[in-house]
Design a protein around this ligand. Sequence first.
Ligand SMILES: [Zn+2]
Length: 134
Amino acid sequence: MHQNKKYPVTKTDEEWKASLTPDEYRVLRQKGTERPHTGEYNLHFEEGEYRCRACDTKLFESDSKFNSGCGWPSFDKSIEGTVEYLRDTSHGMIRTEILCANCGGHLGHVFDDGPTDTGQRYCVNSLSIDFKKE
Ligand SMILES: [Zn+2]
């Protein structure tokens, strides 16, 4: 999350711990990463929408999802205005972190090597999102 930023959904660490599983907390609040090829939505291609697991904001539509082979759910675009972008220089790389704009929850990273028209590859942890059938 952005330091010192006030998100529409704001909770204390204790409140987040109480409302998320330990794995969800590690990814969403501590910017963790699930192991590749293990997430429940990696190869999940049903029609519907993907919402933030922490605050239920709709983030991605299933028609933007594609199989990138990278081991995490990948989308070529997000629903406008729902995702926040932050420069991330950790681990010796320059990447763009993506966060839920409503609660500051960590989603993953976005790369500009996508194979579709948008050129974008939103690489998202399954633990950060929740699928709802349309
Ligand atoms: Zn959220």
